[in-house]
Design a binder for this molecule. Structure first.
Ligand SMILES: NC(=O)c1ccc[n+]([C@@H]2O[C@H](COP(=O)([O-])OP(=O)(O)OC[C@H]3O[C@@H](n4cnc5c(N)ncnc54)[C@H](O)[C@@H]3O)[C@@H](O)[C@H]2O)c1
Ligand SMILES: N[C@H](C(=O)O)[C@H](O)COP(=O)(O)O
Length: 347
């Protein structure tokens, strides 16, 4: 890429019957300085643009660089739908199409064809209804890249990583063992340094049980697993708080003490972020060999086809991807998303 070329960012549309295609069109209509390449069906985007009342200029992607992009211009790598979308009604016949777009995007990022990937939401249940075992982008990209990864959702005020992702609640305890927790904490620590610029990241680790187990009276996972891992990693220099009771870890008095939270399971912490910053939270995957960001919301089937879905989270995801691409290129010392937080020493 020449020095003046815009970063080539891959976009996937997710569930064709959800709001993803409309959000891609709205993202393309912004003046963000990126060479967006949508990996999806061309006609799907054309129909989404009509629903949104947005003009787009779709250009077949030739793999080349550009120095400017006018709002509305979007390069496309056409991957055909199996069946035309009916907004609000996911069709499992399109499951293979959705997975093909993810695989193409991941392969393109790994080979350097794209500088980063931004994903719109997909309907996990529709892929499952097609008879395919699938639990989320995070797990798909981890398997596709043979990488250990961690899901993080980040707003300008709060970063939350998850020790487990899309698991039934009754499987969570067994999934958290010393090995997995240590691996997760190392990834979060390293990525807070590499991606967010914290020299000595402070991570608040939540307990699994109410009141972090109340000294063993409300569960033993803290005593048997979490505390020993924290003690071991503290001895190696990591700044780890906890295990903290999840119900009070997010109160203002606590937030100044950490740069990120590690929650034990999906719904332990994501409701905090989604209720206070639904329009500006970004989902990113830590540990992958490429940059992947995403929205913090789902397919919003109730809004699909109306053109009314809010593109703010997708735009924030694209902006974060651009920041991460720039940081990777320059090894910049500027911390990302530290506004409004009491940051530790950021390099
Ligand atoms: N990144 C992803 O692929 C991703 C993320 C979250 C959920 N999902 C999937 O999405 C599906 C539906 O999930 P859900 O119903 O729990 O959550 P949802 O986020 O789709 O919807 C929850 C509520 O938020 C509203 N909403 C969501 N996005 C909005 C937007 N951009 N603008 C305005 N309002 C918006 C919806 O209208 C709805 O009222 C599930 O299959 C879930 O697994 C996918
Ligand atoms: N856990 C995410 C959320 O609640 O926003 C969401 O399900 C998306 O996960 P993937 O990026 O793994 O699809």
């Amino acid at each position: 890429m020449n020095r003046l070329a815009l970063p080539r960012l891959a976009l996937t549309a997710g569930e064709p019957a959800g709001v993803g295609p409309e959000l891609l069109v709205r993202l393309a209509a912004t003046s963000l300085a990126a060479n967006f390449v949508a990996i999806t069906d061309r006609a799907l985007l054309e129909r989404a643009a009509i629903r949104c009342g947005v003009e787009i200029n779709l250009i077949d992607d030739d793999g080349g660089d550009v120095e400017e992009r006018s709002p509305g211009t979007l390069r496309i790598r056409h991957i055909p739908l199996a069946a035309n979308e009916v907004p609000g009604r996911p069709d499992p016949r399109n499951a293979q199409h959705v997975l093909a777009t993810l695989a193409e995007a991941a392969d393109g990022c790994i080979s350097g064809r794209y500088g980063a990937l931004i994903t719109a939401p997909l309907q996990k249940s529709s892929i499952n209804d097609a008879g395919i075992s699938f639990s989320g982008h995070t797990e798909f990209f981890a398997a596709h890249s043979h990488a250990d990864v961690v899901m993080m959702l980040a707003s300008p005020e709060l970063r939350v990583a998850l020790a487990t992702t899309h698991l039934p609640l009754n499987a969570v305890s067994a999934a958290i063992d010393a090995t997995s927790l240590e691996r997760t904490l190392r990834i979060v620590h390293n990525e807070l340094q590499a991606k967010f610029g914290f020299a000595e990241p402070r991570i608040a680790v939540l307990g699994l049980n109410p009141h972090a187990g109340e000294n063993g009276h409300l569960g033993r996972e803290e005593i048997d697993t979490i505390i020993p891992v924290l003690q071991k990693l503290r001895q190696q220099g990591m700044q780890l708080l906890g295990p903290m009771p999840a119900d009070t870890a997010f109160v203002p008095a606590q937030r100044q003490h950490y740069d990120a939270v590690l929650a034990m399971y999906h719904d332990q912490a994501l409701p905090v972020l989604k209720s206070e910053a639904f329009d500006r939270t970004v989902n990113l995957t830590l540990g992958l060999p490429f940059i992947r960001t995403s929205v913090d919301h789902g397919t919003a089937l109730d809004l699909a086809g109306t053109g009314k879905a809010d593109p703010s989270s997708l735009i924030a995801a694209a902006q974060m991807a651009l920041n991460l691409v720039a940081r990777r290129a320059t090894h910049s010392s500027t911390p990302l998303q530290s506004e409004g937080t009491a940051s530790s020493k950021a390099v």
